[in-house]
Design a protein around this ligand. Structure first.
Ligand SMILES: Cc1cc2nc3c(=O)[nH]c(=O)nc-3n(C[C@H](O)[C@H](O)[C@H](O)COP(=O)(O)OP(=O)(O)OC[C@H]3O[C@@H](n4cnc5c(N)ncnc54)[C@H](O)[C@@H]3O)c2cc1C
Length: 476
């Protein structure tokens, strides 16, 4: 049986979390002919830790969300390398576009009502997240805060729904399936555990078993990762083979392929990537699920730019100011959910911009984006924020190897009766052979959009092959 595993050739498309998880699992289970083809010139995919400021920043995934049932947490919990953040976002200031700071008592109540307005429990199971949240929010405001200024409550609702959209990765909450939210399995425990001064890359090193003495080594994956190898054709052929062609003209042949590319890449390229075309259920899933855009804007200052007792602030737009903003060149700033300090990097500020505004931001020059941010600071804050000495931002949507940030189940998926389960299903070759397997965060039933979902999906497909070779030792 092990001979069978040793000789079978597995190619994995993508050296992000899912691809790395699948490869390491296979190698640890006696598969020795495993290679990864990666389009970028680096490994990690949507985990991208880079040097910036006093140590590092994470341009993509940053936090380990929860503990119980979280594969990432389970792998590192005894090593003391994950740090608790606590309830970061609820301690942010709330500032209106007329520079008025919302009192802590009122702000906390509004925040609490927004959290309690999110759909939960077995009902309701149909409709959009946004509709349920907005109705429930105003009902609770009438009941519990009848004296609050309606305009302020509306500004708070806008800010909190924008924030929630950026967590889900949707353009707005009205496109998100309420079923997604209820069926999604949040891991209990601190939702914002961070990696100190090492970044999320630390986790990938552990997965690959890279030794502390040689941090640039690839550990188990040494000699197995082929960078700058963009696959542009995947052909399921007879007998029992899969042929891959890369953009640079290279060809590869495999017994099995695990495809881990993002949902956005599949949406853009599936029609020309796969031969024969993918089965209708798979196409339905690719078209029905959504990959949102969430981008990060990092600013480095000589000294921390916010007062000591500020973690950060949410932007509450007055209706009149919003009307004017929408007519101006800075309209994309409406997509900024807020701005905050980064743990272990007090001299940095991080702003988030998502949805269509996040995609528009990617089309602007660094200078224009920074100019907009400085305008925003002047608009909202009573104190001066100096021009940052360094600036960088992510562009997850315009990169053709990602085409977005993370996936969610939208109403369209409910209408098409599809979900991650259809993305997960393997595609058999013409002779019924287990040729093409799918991993990646979007294929995780309960933990899509996260690193732990990507790990689970990678392990799941590796286990499928391990199982396959356990049951067909005489007929690999
Ligand atoms: C801004 C941002 C913040 C996030 N924050 C968090 C967080 O705090 N916590 C959390 O848990 N998750 C977070 N996530 C989500 C998390 O990063 C992803 O769910 C996870 O990293 C996805 O891993 P993956 O292996 O499925 O996909 P990817 O990381 O996208 O890996 C797929 C790989 O395939 C490669 N590829 C694509 N096309 C081809 C091709 N044709 N040929 C060869 N290779 C190809 C890509 O270059 C990529 O390296 C965040 C993501 C973003 C963008």
């Amino acid at each position: 049986m092990d001979k069978c595993r040793a000789s079978s050739r597995i190619l994995i498309i993508g050296a992000g979390t899912s691809g790395i998880a699948a490869a390491t699992r296979l190698l640890q289970n006696n598969f020795s002919n495993v290679q990864i083809l990666e389009a970028e010139n680096r490994i990690g995919g949507r985990i991208n830790t880079i040097s910036f400021g006093d140590n590092v920043i994470d341009v993509g995934a940053q936090w380990c969300h929860g503990q119980q049932g979280n594969k990432v947490y389970e792998m590192v919990k005894d090593l003391g390398i994950l740090h608790l953040t606590g309830d970061y976002y609820s301690s942010m200031k709330m500032v209106r576009s007329n520079k008025e700071e919302v009192s802590q008592a009122v702000g906390c109540n509004l925040h609490d009502i927004a959290i309690r307005s999110m759909p939960s429990g077995p009902n309701p199971v149909v409709g959009s997240f946004g509709t349920h949240m907005v109705e429930s929010y105003w009902r609770l405001i009438e009941k519990e805060m009848p004296e609050v200024e309606r305009a302020l409550a509306g500004e708070a609702l806008d800010a909190f729904t924008k924030h929630e959209s950026s967590i889900i990765g949707s353009d707005n909450l009205f496109e998100v399936s309420v079923r997604e939210h209820i069926e999604y399995d949040e891991c209990d425990g601190d939702k914002l555990q961070h990696w100190g001064t090492k970044g999320f890359q630390r986790f990938l090193r552990l997965l690959m078993k890279v030794s502390e003495d040689e941090p640039d080594d690839l550990g188990l994956l040494k000699g197995r990762v082929n960078l700058c190898k963009k696959v542009d054709k995947i052909e399921l052929a007879c007998p029992n083979k899969v042929f891959l062609r890369c953009e640079d003209g290279d060809y590869f042949e495999a017994d099995h392929v695990i495809c881990t590319v993002s949902l956005g890449v599949l949406q853009e390229q599936a029609e020309k990537l796969f031969v024969p075309p993918l089965p209708p259920a798979k196409v339905n899933a690719i078209r029905g699920l959504s990959l949102g855009t969430v981008n990060k804007l990092f600013m480095e200052f000589d000294q921390q730019p916010l007062p000591d007792n500020w973690v950060g602030f949410y932007c509450f737009w007055l209706q009149q100011d919003l009307k004017e903003l929408r007519k101006s060149e800075y309209f994309w700033l409406e997509g900024i959910t807020g701005c905050h300090k980064i743990t272990c990097q007090p001299r940095l500020l991080l702003a988030w911009v998502g949805g269509p505004h996040g995609r528009h931001m990617e089309t602007l020059s660094d200078e224009k984006v920074l100019e907009g941010l400085m305008w925003l600071f002047r608009k909202f804050l009573t104190f001066e924020v100096p021009t940052p000495k360094r600036f960088m931002r992510s562009k997850w949507y315009s990169n053709p190897n990602f085409r977005g940030s993370y996936s969610h189940r939208c109403l369209k998926a409910d209408e098409k009766k599809t979900g991650p389960w259809d993305l997960e299903t393997p595609v058999l070759g013409p002779d019924g052979h287990l040729g093409l397997l799918f991993a990646g965060e979007a294929s995780s039933k309960n933990h899509f959009s996260t690193v732990h979902g990507a790990v689970e999906a990678g392990f799941r497909e590796a286990d499928r092959l391990i199982q396959h070779y356990s049951s067909c030792s005489s007929n690999p």
